[in-house]
Every structure is written in structure tokens, then in C-alpha cells.
Design a protein around this ligand. Structure first.
Ligand SMILES: C[S@@+](CC[C@H](N)C(=O)[O-])C[C@H]1O[C@@H](n2cnc3c(N)ncnc32)[C@H](O)[C@@H]1O
Length: 402
């Protein structure tokens, strides 16, 4: 059992998340399309990724194998790199998007941020292939402002920012990181455990928090409608043995349901998804404070983009997409969910204090701060889903800072 201190830490983290998170904890909405956005199972594929060991040379193809960049064509098109421009890739991962930007035009500079030291090492290696064009930055979105400033980047000066939310295949496919419910490993799920070894792991959360708090995490961050039942099963199981392994947790969750329910849920490709998928998503988001981080990341992107600079944000589940959508439309994150999106956009425009001279577009295409590059959210093409099923739930939103 974990110490009282750790329990308090988890609880503090939980309350901090609830308070700061731009997602309203109590009021969840499910639009019919979002209901099926089973993004957490980005990992539910047979996509192969060797090991966490880094490739020995920096040839692009080697990095590409670690994580297939999602909607690459669309991302590059929306960012529209021009010779000499400067970009921030807030989620460098294995560098697929960064490489494509560097290849698209000459003299591009990319500030390559990631909270994961493994990604940072990949960025360092890749920077050898693109001398002076990649500036690796190790840190979270919430630390990116300070990192950029200390790298000599002034607010309002970047030409483009990419934010490709969530986890990379490098993380999912390394069982020791504890993200995968398919491969057994320690129940960890922290993206930057090397940097913050004292931060709570997913195991700490399931072993230390009370049943109600666990249910709340699963409901809020996993959008798991059986959260109470799963939390009860977790609490019962941990009274016998501490829960320390990913497969152990997957079995405990599965044990709370009849065997027919184990793979009864379907992912976006109508493939069976394990009943514990949403539990894993909820824990991962909570442990990494992902939604709060996302909101801070978007604010930092806006601050460092120049007028005319482009933001591309990729999300993989409805919680992330809702934050991005609201941010770009200027909708208050605490706004009621039951307003239609056009009503919310109109309300955001009405609420704006800088009302003079603004242009209200009837289709909500622009607000005060952003012009949308395309009217509708982009999703992956069928051919991309075929080659990279992990990216199937992606939603791309792109906008130009006014
Ligand atoms: C989906 S992957 C990005 C993949 C990348 N675009 C590529 O082409 O390889 C997301 C990456 O963002 C990083 N990440 C997630 N949340 C972060 C945060 N709050 N701050 C910094 N990096 C974060 C993860 O560590 C992960 O490497």
C-alpha cells in the first residue's frame, strides 16, 4: 500500500486537474459522432515498433518506423512551410512531422519540443542530419514558454505551430512504459517518468485513491460509462494484491463484466476493442495531466505565433478535440455543453470585449483571434487509415492567427 503522502499527492493532482482542466468535469457531452470516437485505442493495432532503443543513424526512414506521423500531407499543407520560416513542433515524438516540414522548404528551423526524454534524444539525433535546423527542447507544454524564451524565441515571431496530442507509438509500443493493455508491463503511463520519478504512476492512482475518486477519473478522462463498476472491481482486487502490471489491471477490469462483453465494444474501424481501453485512457490522461497541458499548449502557441502564423492541432478523442475547438472559437472552457456550437460561437463573439470592427462570419469561420484554414475539421483519408490504423480517430483543426 502507498503512503499517506502519496495518497495526498494523488488527491492534490486530482483536484488540481479538476480545477484547472478546461473540460467540465461534471457535465459531459456526447455528440453522436463523438460517442464513437474511441480514440484511446490509438494503440489497438498490430502496428509494429521494435524497441525503445534509438536508431543508430539519422536516416528519416528509421525514425518513421518508430511512429507513423498522422495526416502528414494535410499537416504540411495547412502549415504551408516557406523557405526560411520558423516552426514549433510541440509534440516532436519520433520527428515524422518535423522531418516533413524540413524537407518541404529550404532553411526551415524547427523548435522540437517533447516532454519525453526518449523523443528528445531522437530530436538530438535528427538534428545531426539537419545541422542548426532543429532545436531540441525537453519539457512540457506548460514549460514551453520558458524554454522558447531561453532559446531566444520572442513571442509573436513563429510562422507555425504543430500540436499532435497524446502518445506516440514509441511510448505505446514499449511495454516497460506501461501504456499498453496488450503487452504486459509495469502500470506506469508517465510520459516523463525519467524527469519526474516521484510523480504518481497509474499504479499509484489505482492503489491509493478511494473508489469514488477512481470512478471520477475513469468517467471524466476515460468517458467510461461503467466507471463505478470498474472502480469497485479495482478496489476489491487491490485489497488482495496491489495492482502493479498492465495486464493485471486489464484482467481486473475484464473480470467486472461477463466474458461476452470483453470485446463487445468496437473501435472506429468496427474492430473489437478491449473493455479496459477507456480505463487505460482515463488513467493516462490523468497521470500526465494531459487536458490541462493541452490548454496551456494552445495558449503558448497563440502567444508565440506571429499574426498570419499557422496553428495545426491534431486530436484523437473528443475530450481533446473539444478543448481545441473551443480554444479556436474563443468559447469559454466552462461554457455549458448543451448549447449548439453555433450558439456558443455567437455567444463567444458577443462576450468579446474587443467587439468593434469585428467580422462575424455566418458559418462561424472566423472569430477575433483566428481565421480557419478550412471550414470543417479534417479527418484521415481511407488510404492513411489503411496504412496507419492508429491514427484513425484523428481530427485536424488548422487556423491562422489574426
Ligand atoms: C502523437 S505523438 C507525436 C508524434 C509526432 N508528431 C511524430 O511525427 O512522430 C505525441 C508526443 O507528444 C508528447 N507530448 C504529449 N503531451 C505533451 C506535453 N504536455 N508536453 C510536451 N510533449 C508532450 C508525447 O511525449 C509524444 O511524444
Amino acid at each position: 500500500m502507498l503512503s499517506q503522502n502519496l495518497y495526498q499527492l494523488c488527491k492534490c493532482l486530482f483536484l488540481h486537474n479538476l480545477k484547472l482542466n478546461s473540460v467540465n468535469v461534471a457535465r459531459r457531452i456526447h455528440s453522436s459522432s463523438e460517442k464513437r470516437s474511441d480514440s484511446e485505442s490509438k494503440e489497438q493495432t498490430g502496428q509494429k515498433c521494435e524497441t525503445e532503443e534509438l536508431p543508430q543513424n539519422t536516416e528519416n526512414s528509421n525514425f518513421g518506423r518508430l511512429h507513423i506521423p498522422v495526416m502528414l500531407e494535410e499537416v504540411v499543407k495547412c502549415l504551408s512551410p516557406q523557405p526560411g520560416q520558423r516552426f514549433l513542433d510541440m509534440t516532436f515524438g519520433a520527428g515524422g512531422h518535423t522531418t516533413a516540414l524540413l524537407e518541404k522548404a529550404s532553411g526551415i528551423t524547427v523548435y522540437a519540443l517533447d516532454r519525453d526524454p526518449t523523443a528528445y534524444k531522437i530530436a538530438q539525433q535528427l538534428s545531426e542530419a539537419y545541422p542548426k535546423q532543429i532545436q531540441p527542447l525537453l519539457g512540457q507544454f506548460s514549460q514551453s514558454e520558458a524554454l522558447l524564451i531561453s532559446s531566444g524565441v520572442e513571442p509573436g515571431t513563429l510562422d507555425g505551430v504543430l500540436l499532435d496530442a497524446g502518445c506516440s507509438s514509441v511510448q505505446f509500443d514499449t511495454p516497460e512504459r506501461g501504456f499498453s493493455l496488450q503487452k504486459d508491463g509495469p502500470l506506469d503511463m508517465r510520459m516523463d517518468s525519467d524527469r519526474y520519478p516521484d510523480m504518481p504512476t497509474a499504479a499509484d492512482v489505482v492503489n491509493a485513491l478511494d473508489q469514488q475518486a477512481i470512478a471520477s477519473i475513469l468517467r471524466t478522462y476515460g468517458e467510461e460509462r461503467h466507471a463505478r463498476k470498474i472502480a469497485a472491481a479495482i478496489v476489491q482486487a487491490r485489497s488482495i494484491y496491489p495492482i502493479t502490471r498492465t495486464q493485471q489491471l486489464a484482467s481486473i477490469v475484464a473480470g467486472a463484466f461477463p466474458s461476452s462483453a470483453l470485446y463487445a465494444r468496437k473501435d472506429l474501424l468496427q474492430r473489437p476493442a478491449h473493455i479496459a481501453t477507456k480505463t487505460f485512457q482515463g488513467l493516462r490522461i490523468f497521470v500526465n495531466d494531459e487536458l490541462h497541458e493541452l490548454f496551456i499548449g494552445l495558449r503558448t502557441a497563440e502567444k508565440f505565433l506571429k499574426p498570419g502564423g499557422r496553428l495545426v492541432a491534431l486530436s484523437f478523442h473528443s475530450l481533446e478535440d473539444r478543448i481545441i475547438k473551443r480554444f479556436l472559437h474563443g468559447i469559454d472552457m466552462t461554457e455549458k455543453y448543451n448549447l449548439g456550437s453555433k450558439q456558443k460561437i455567437r455567444q463567444a463573439l458577443r462576450n468579446s470585449s474587443r467587439g468593434e470592427g469585428r467580422q462575424e462570419s455566418p458559418c462561424g469561420k472566423s472569430n477575433l483571434k483566428w481565421t480557419f484554414i478550412q471550414k470543417k475539421v479534417l479527418t484521415p483519408q481511407a488510404k492513411d487509415i489503411q496504412t496507419n490504423p492508429r491514427g484513425r480517430s484523428a481530427k485536424l483543426r488548422a487556423a491562422i492567427k489574426i
